[in-house]
Each structure stands twice: as structure tokens, then as C-alpha cells.
Design a protein around this ligand. Sequence first.
Ligand code: KG4
Ligand code: ZN
Length: 343
Amino acid sequence: MMVLGIETSCDETGVALYDTDRGLVGHRVHSQVALHAQYGGVVPELASRDHVAKLAPQVRTLLGETGVPLKDIHGVAYTAGPGLVGALLVGAAFGRSLALALKVPAVAVHHMEAHLLAPMLEAEPPAFPFVALLVSGGHTMLVAVEGVGRYRLLGESLDDAAGEAFDKTASLLGLSYPGGPALAALAAKGNPGRFRFPRPRTDRPGLDFSFSGLKTFALHTVRDHPDDEQTRADIARAFEEAVVDTLVIKSLRALDATGIDTLVLSGGVGANRRLRRRLSELELERAIKVCYPSVELCTDNGAMVAYAGCVRLSAGQKETPGIEVRARWPLAELAAPTADALG
Ligand code: KG4
Ligand code: ZN
């Protein structure tokens, strides 16, 4: 089964073809970074309009590059939430319409389920059960994953998501959007040990996160010290170490609490090299296995949507033809993909 995946939940137009026999046949991501940079963040209306302009050409180019004719597409998967409603509607309307024209089924994909299943696209996919650490711009979650659609939320952010904290602190340090990768690059030039940021909520039991205090801590540190390049790099370094440490401490706690030995890292912050390195070191130190998608599949992309949709379509999931998207959509509301689950 060959599935076309479409991702338009935020500021990337992602398209991909996933085939049950051939694996990932091809994928393309168009980033809107240049479009939003002058505003310092994503402007929803501009995002929607750009998806409208780029989506069809991206699909056409993908089909040309991979040599896959439209008639070989057996299903269409699109992100239906959570995300920006206008942006989601572009992918949903396009996906449903294309499926209708091709007389194939379409499936609405949950963006965080797609992130969670992204490591399945790698050469050595994780086996169920695993604990997923999902760290994106809008969400920070620890989820016990027993199988597709069998998710138990173990902990989540009570305020800012990890990516959001990266973006806000980057902005404080005078870095341009998107802040996460820029802050990580600055942190690489920072000296360890000059500043120490707190590791929020690690001194008490529980698996929830709270990152908004780190942003305030960064604000005070910036204010109380000279404004030079090395100081900014040292602050970035201390901030990044605090976020990484906090994520690692809670992930290990989640593995201990569930008795599961496999950790899956995914979402945009999963592209962070310090976090990946720390988790790899832990794999050597402890009897745990850590899996993550390649850096390009950690951030938003169509491949993970094509894969998640393919799993659900292969299991016979059927949906009514209406075009519906959701800005908010708790992961725990998803059911396992059986033909009669959604009817
Ligand atoms: O998953 P994603 O691409 O989009 C959402 O679903 O939100 O995540 C985007 C987030 C942004 O906050 C971005 O700053 C962050 O991931 N990010 C990073 C890195 N690359 C992207 N944060 C830290 N280090 C990185 N290398
Ligand atoms: Zn995402």
C-alpha cells in the first residue's frame, strides 16, 4: 500500500510517499522560516496562505522525483491536529479532495502520534512497548506506548513546552526565529559552569514538566550581567544543559516507573545534539535502549504522517468524508486502528 502523507500543522509544508513494501519512497519539506523570520514567530494567516501556494507544487515535484504516478497512490494521510486551524485546513481539504478524486481512502492523522511513530521509519525501529519523550514547539510529553493507538500519558508540561522555552529564551538572547537551533549553536560556544540554571520539578516526585521559570531565570541572568557575546553563549549553554538534564531525569524516571526499557525521542527538540548525546551516553551506562529518528524526521515532516496514516489505513480504519481539524486534540483520545473503531 502506497500512502501520500501531508503535513501542514504549522510552518512546514511536508509531503511524503510511504509504501508498506518499499518503506519511505521519498519526502520533501518546504520550510516557511524565511516568511516568518521578520515577525519573530509564526504568523498563522501567512502560514495558511503559504501552504495553499506550496502544497500542490510540492506534491507534483515529489511524484516527479520518485516516478510514482497518481494512480499508484492507495491512500492519503493528512495532519488533522493539533496545530494552527487555518494551516491544518489547507492540508485536510487538499488531502480529502485528492483522495476523493483518486477514489482512495483518506485518513486524519494526529500530529503527535506521527512524531511518536517517526522512529519506525529508521533502519532499526523500536519494539513495543516503549516510553516516548515527545518534545516539540507546542508539546512536552512522556507517553507509555503499548502499540499503535494505545497511549498512556505519563507526564506533560504544565506551562511552556520545551521548544517554546528554547524559542523564548533565544529571543531574550537576541537570536532570531526559529530559536531552538540558533540557541543550540550559540550554546556550543559557551563555557560550562559559569552559570547554573535550575532543573525544574526534578526535586519532587512526578513526571510533569514546567519550563516557564527557566525563561524568567534567563531574563534575570541577562539583566544582571554584561551584554557581551561570550556571556550570551555561556547563558545559552547553561539554559540548554538545564533543559536537557530535566528531560533526561524525567525520562529515566518514566522508564523506572513503567518497567519499560526502551525510550523513543521525537519532536523538534529531539533534533538537539546535546540531548541526543546525553541519551546515547545513558544507553551505554544503563540497561536501556534509546531510539530517535534522524534529525530531519524529528522536526515536522510529511514522512511521519504518511507512516502513521499507512498503519491506520492498513488496519482498515475508515472515516466519514467530512473535513474536520482540531487545534487541540489530546493524544489519549486516539483509539487503536481497527476497522470498526471509527466506523
Ligand atoms: O516538532 P516541531 O518541528 O514543530 C512542532 O510540532 O512544534 O518542533 C519545533 C520546535 C521549535 O520550538 C524549535 O525551536 C525546536 O523544535 N527545535 C530545537 C532544535 N531544532 C528545533 N530545539 C532545540 N535544539 C534544536 N536543535
Ligand atoms: Zn511537530
